[in-house]
Design a protein around this ligand. Structure first.
Ligand SMILES: NC(=O)c1ccc[n+]([C@@H]2O[C@H](COP(=O)([O-])OP(=O)(O)OC[C@H]3O[C@@H](n4cnc5c(N)ncnc54)[C@H](OP(=O)(O)O)[C@@H]3O)[C@@H](O)[C@H]2O)c1
Length: 284
C-alpha cells in the first residue's frame, strides 16, 4: 500500500506524534487520535489531517472517530494501535486497580479498536494493522511484571491474528521497541518504588538502581541516544512494504534478540538475572 488513510492512537506525544508526521510527510491522510485534543496545539486538522478524541478504553469514542474518519476520507486503510503506558513496580506494588487499568489500555484498548475496524477491512478485502508492542512482550522484565504481561498478551494476540487475517487480505504486525526516551513514557517509572512494606520497597529500590545502571552503561557504550523516529519509520514500513509479523526495533532490542537466539530460554533468563537483579537473599 503506497498511500491512503491511516488512523493512529495515542498521538499526543512520543511515537504516536512522530508517526503522524511521518505519514503526513509521505502524502497520507491521517486520523490523529488522542484522549485530550484540546490540550495540544501542534497538530491542527487540515484537509489531510483529522485530529479527533479517542480514548481506547471508551468504545463510543472509537466508533465516533471511525464515523468521522470515514465521513471525511471514505475508508480507513491502516490502523496503528500505539496508545499505551508503562510503569515500574514489583508485582505486589501494583494494586488490582492498577493492573486492570493497564490491561484496559494496553490490551483491551487495541482489541476494541481492531474489533471496530476489521469488518470494513474484511469487506474491502484489504487493510493493515500495526500494534506497537514492546520488547517486554518478548521477554519479561523484572520490575515490570504487569507491563510485561500486558505486552506479552498483545504480542500473542498480534501473532495469532496475523495468521488468521492474512488469507482475508489483512496484514497485521507487531512493532516491538526497545527502550526509547519518549517524553512521557518514562514519567510513570518511579511511581511505585516506595510502595508496599519496607523490605519490599528496599528491594524495589535496589532492583531499580541496578536496572538504571545497566541502562546507562549500555547507552554510554553505544555512544548515541536511541532515536524514537526509528519506531515511526518501522511502523511506516510495515504499512507500506512487506515486513515480518514481529519487528523488534532499536539497538538494545536487536542485542536481546541475538542473546535469545544464542541460548536456551533458561540460560537467557539466567543471563538477564545476573545482569539486572540484585542477588542479596539466599533462596531457603
Ligand atoms: N518509549 C519506550 O521506551 C517504549 C518501549 C516499548 C514500547 N513502548 C510503547 O510505545 C507506545 C507509545 O508510547 P511512547 O513511548 O510514545 O509514550 P508516550 O509519549 O507516553 O505516549 C503514549 C500515548 O498513549 C496515550 N494514551 C495513554 N492511555 C490512553 C488511552 N486510554 N487512550 C488513548 N490514548 C492513551 C497517551 O495519551 P495522553 O496524552 O492522553 O496520556 C500518549 O499519547 C506504548 O504502547 C508503549 O507501551 C514504548
Amino acid at each position: 500500500m503506497t498511500t491512503g488513510t491511516v488512523l493512529i492512537t495515542g498521538c499526543s506525544s512520543g511515537f504516536g506524534k512522530l508517526t503522524v508526521r511521518t505519514f503526513l510527510d509521505e502524502g497520507w491522510n491521517v486520523v490523529a487520535t488522542m484522549r485530550s485534543p484540546e490540550k495540544q496545539s501542534d497538530l491542527v486538522s487540515n484537509e489531510r489531517l483529522l485530529v479527533n478524541r479517542l480514548d481506547v478504553t471508551q468504545s463510543e469514542t472509537i466508533q465516533s472517530t471511525i464515523n468521522a474518519a470515514t465521513d471525511r476520507f471514505g475508508t480507513i486503510d491502516a490502523v496503528v494501535n500505539n496508545a499505551g503506558y508503562g510503569g515500574y513496580g514489583l508485582f505486589e506494588q501494583s494494586s488490582e486497580a492498577d493492573i486492570r487499568a493497564m490491561f484496559e489500555t494496553n490490551v483491551f484498548g487495541p482489541m476494541a479498536v481492531m474489533r471496530a475496524v476489521l469488518p470494513a477491512m474484511r469487506e474491502a478485502g484489504r487493510g493493515v494493522i500495526v500494534n506497537v508492542t514492546s520488547m517486554a512482550g518478548h521477554m519479561a522484565l523484572p520490575g515490570n511484571a504487569i507491563y510485561s504481561s500486558s505486552k506479552h498478551a498483545i504480542v500473542g494476540l498480534t501473532e495469532a491474528m496475523a495468521l488468521e487475517y492474512r488469507p482475508l487480505g489483512i496484514r497485521i504486525f507487531s512493532v516491538a521497541p526497545g527502550a526509547y526516551p519518549t517524553t512521557r513514557f518514562t514519567e510513570n517509572t518511579d511511581k511505585r518504588v516506595e510502595e508496599g512494606d519496607a523490605e519490599l520497597a528496599a528491594f524495589s529500590h535496589r532492583l531499580r538502581a541496578q536496572i538504571d545502571a545497566v541502562g546507562e552503561q549500555m547507552a554510554n557504550q553505544s555512544g548515541t541516544t536511541a532515536d524514537p523516529q526509528e519506531v515511526a519509520d518501522k511502523i511506516y514500513r510495515c504499512v507500506t512494504t512487506e515486513m515480518p509479523v514481529h519487528n523488534p526495533t532499536g539497538a538494545d532490542a536487536e542485542m536481546l534478540i541475538a542473546m535469545m537466539g544464542q541460548a536456551d530460554r533458561q540460560t537467557f533468563l539466567d543471563q538477564i538475572s545476573d545482569m539486572l537483579v540484585p542477588q542479596h537473599q539466599q533462596v531457603q
